[in-house]
Design a protein around this ligand. Structure first.
Ligand SMILES: NC(=O)c1ccc[n+]([C@@H]2O[C@H](COP(=O)([O-])OP(=O)(O)OC[C@H]3O[C@@H](n4cnc5c(N)ncnc54)[C@H](O)[C@@H]3O)[C@@H](O)[C@H]2O)c1
Ligand SMILES: O=C(O)C(=O)C[C@]1(C(=O)O)C=C[C@@H](O)C=C1
Length: 309
């Protein structure tokens, strides 16, 4: 596949995801010019210090002028506001996309503002870490990771193909699904694990008074894995919870039922039930490994490798 090239890319939001895209675009030479805008002057200044783009502008509306590709990488709750700000300045024929962790809500917020002569194509790279901000990004974050598109009916195929080839150049594997389906799948594979992690670490913290600080002191590696997820950005995850409410509540209800089953099995000493479940879940982990997903090398590990190069 030939390398996609854009004359001007505008990045709105320059945190972990926006700055990783910026670094890849620069490394791979995917644009003549990269214009960056973000909400706070301090973050914009930091993006400039890190030389993430070619121009840095305070107003999102100014940033998108004449851009062929606009990538919105802000917390999902801010998507509507950004869409409203940029709508009047978009170039006819521009591709506007996002990276938000929820899709139905982002579409509901952004689509009404999008002019008819631009191609609005929602997307979601399934790649990240618990870190945030422009310093947290790194080259190669999206390599070998899925990027899911949830195109609206009637989306221009050539624009979709161009956006797909952009993400393919970043190393992503591409998939398409409808937004409601995306939100259900992500509720179980991404949103629930974070909510469970926030909850277990919160419970352990509450228990500190009872256990005289031993929870943190003796935290074993299983608990540490939860603390990594629970260190994720509070604004991002507040927004994910509020903007994928129905799917998350549905999955939480199922989860609570299954937890009650486990609780009952432990109470009544039903070892066979516990053994059957633990055998089934172990096989799932093995099938993920066999499918080529690098579960033993989390993104921060790859970050360290990139820095060593
Ligand atoms: N962190 C992850 O693991 C991950 C993975 C995939 C997708 N996402 C999604 O990507 C998006 C960005 O996440 P991130 O991890 O880069 O967050 P981040 O906190 O690192 O960065 C967010 C950026 O958005 C900017 N911002 C916030 N409100 C804004 C506004 N109203 N106008 C303009 N800029 C604004 C901030 O200044 C910052 O530059 C979110 O929608 C998130 O759901 C995150
Ligand atoms: O690996 C992590 O730390 C992440 O939280 C990344 C993760 C995930 O749950 O896999 C988080 C949110 C996204 O929307 C996509 C990816």
């Amino acid at each position: 596949m030939t390398k996609p090239h854009f004359d001007r890319i505008a990045l709105i939001g320059i945190g972990l995801i926006g700055s990783s895209i910026a670094r890849d675009v620069k490394e791979l030479g995917l644009a003549r010019e990269v214009v960056i805008s973000t909400r706070s002057a301090e973050t914009l200044k930091r993006a400039e210090e890190l030389a993430l783009g070619s121009r840095y502008v305070a107003s999102a509306a100014d940033a998108v002028k004449d851009a062929d590709l606009v990538i919105v990488s802000v917390p999902v709750g801010a998507s509507g506001l950004v869409a409203e700000q940029i709508a009047g300045s978009l170039k006819p024929g521009a591709i506007v996309t996002d990276v938000g962790s929820t899709k139905a809500s982002v579409i509901a917020q952004m689509a009404p503002h999008m002019p008819e002569n631009v191609h609005f194509i929602p997307g979601h790279p399934l790649a990240g870490t618990e870190k945030s901000g422009p310093d947290a990004g790194f080259i190669g974050l999206f390599r070998d990771r899925w990027c899911i598109f949830t195109p609206l009916p009637g989306t221009d195929q050539a624009a979709l193909d161009r956006l797909k080839s952009f993400w393919t150049a970043l190393g992503s594997r591409i998939d398409e699904m409808d937004p409601q389906h995306h939100d259900k799948v992500l509720a179980i594979v991404s949103h629930l694990p974070h909510i469970i992690a926030y909850n277990i670490v919160g419970t352990a913290d509450d228990l500190e008074t009872v256990t005289e600080s031993e929870v943190i002191k003796y935290s074993a590696s299983g608990f540490r894995d939860f603390t990594r997820l629970a260190a994720s950005d509070p604004t991002m995850w507040r927004d994910v919870c509020l903007h994928n409410k129905d799917a998350i509540l549905e999955m939480l209800a199922r989860f609570s039922e299954d937890l009650a089953y486990l609780q009952r099995a432990i109470r009544w000493g039903e070892g066979d039930k516990l053994f059957e479940l633990f055998t089934r879940t172990r096989a799932i982990r093995r099938s993920i490994v066999q499918a080529g997903q690098d579960v033993d090398a989390p993104d921060f590990g790859r970050h360290a490798l990139d820095q060593k190069k």
